[in-house]
Design a protein around this ligand. Structure first.
Ligand SMILES: [Mg+2]
Length: 257
C-alpha cells in the first residue's frame, strides 16, 4: 500500500470541493443561492459601472452561445422606447436574468458570470445568510497540524476571496486563523504540473515537503509530476476500492494523527 512519508511533510496543500467540503455544498447551496438572488442583485446594482460591464459581457456571451448552437434563452434587446427614455437605460431585463440563470444551471465558467456569482456569495456570507461548510474532521485536523508546526494552504478553482469567505464562516468558527496561504487559478490550472511548481516556489518549501490532498486524480498526477507528495481523498461511502497511484485517505483524521 502506498504511504505518505510523514516525517518529511512540512506543508499541506488542500483542495476544497470533495476534500475539505462536500461537493453538494457547491451544487445544492452556492449555485441555487446565486441563482435565486441574481435578479434582485442585478436590479439593485444596475447603475454600478462594474456590474453594467458584466451585463454587457453576458450579452456578448449569449451571442457566442447562440452561434455555437447551444440554444440559450433569447435576449429581446433594448426596446426603442427604453433607448428614448434615459430613465430606463439601466433597466435590467428579465431575459438577461433568465440567461444568467441558464448559465448557472450549466455550471458555466464564463468570467462575468463567475464574478457576479462571487459578489452575490460575498454579500450572502457577510449578511450571515450563507455559511461555509467543511467535513467534521477538518477543524480538528487544522488545529492538530498547526500544533505539529505544519503549514496549511488551500488550492482551489474558486477565487481566493471565495475560499477565505468559506473558511471564515464555518459552523466551527473562523478557520482562516489556521491557514497560511490561498491559491486559485491565478497561479495556473489545477491539472498543470507548472502550477504546483509555482506554489512550492511561493511557499519556499522543497517539493517533497509539500503534501497535496485532493479528490481529483488528474490534479494529484500534476502535483506528483511537480515532485509533491500526494493523497487521494475519498469521501463517499460507496467507493470501497479505489485504484490509484496515490495513497488513499477517507478522512483527515488519518493524516498525521
Ligand atoms: Mg475537488
Amino acid at each position: 500500500m502506498l504511504r505518505i512519508d510523514e516525517a518529511s511533510v512540512r506543508a499541506l496543500l488542500l483542495d476544497i470541493e470533495g476534500t475539505t467540503t462536500p461537493v453538494d455544498f457547491v451544487y445544492q447551496v452556492l449555485f441555487p443561492f446565486a441563482s435565486q438572488r441574481l435578479d434582485r442583485f442585478l436590479r439593485q446594482h444596475s447603475r454600478d459601472p462594474e456590474v453594467r460591464a458584466h451585463i454587457e459581457a453576458l450579452k456578448a456571451q449569449q451571442k457566442l452561445d447562440q452561434e455555437q448552437g447551444l440554444h440559450p434563452p433569447e435576449l429581446s434587446g433594448e426596446s426603442e422606447e427604453s433607448e428614448l427614455r434615459s430613465v430606463d437605460r439601466f433597466a435590467v431585463t428579465n431575459d438577461i436574468v433568465a440567461y444568467a440563470q441558464w448559465l448557472i444551471a450549466r455550471d458555466s465558467k464564463c468570467t462575468a458570470l463567475k464574478t457576479l456569482q462571487g459578489k452575490i456569495w460575498q454579500a450572502g456570507y457577510e449578511s450571515g445568510e450563507l455559511r461555509g461548510q467543511v467535513y467534521p474532521d477538518v477543524p480538528r485536523a487544522f488545529e492538530r497540524w498547526r500544533r505539529q508546526g505544519r503549514q496549511i494552504c488551500i488550492y482551489s478553482s474558486g477565487s481566493m476571496l471565495a475560499q477565505q469567505l468559506l473558511f471564515r464562516t464555518t459552523p466551527a468558527g473562523d478557520l482562516t486563523v489556521y491557514l497560511d496561504g490561498f491559491f486559485d487559478t491565478e497561479i495556473g490550472i489545477k491539472t498543470d504540473a507548472e502550477s504546483y511548481r509555482k506554489i512550492t516556489a511561493a511557499l519556499a518549501s522543497p517539493q517533497r515537503s509539500v503534501l497535496f490532498i485532493s479528490d481529483a486524480i488528474k490534479e494529484l498526477d500534476a502535483a506528483q509530476a511537480a515532485g509533491m507528495q500526494t493523497a487521494l481523498c475519498v469521501r463517499s461511502e460507496g467507493d470501497k476500492s479505489v485504484p490509484s497511484r496515490h495513497p488513499v485517505i477517507r478522512t483527515f483524521d488519518e493524516v498525521f494523527p
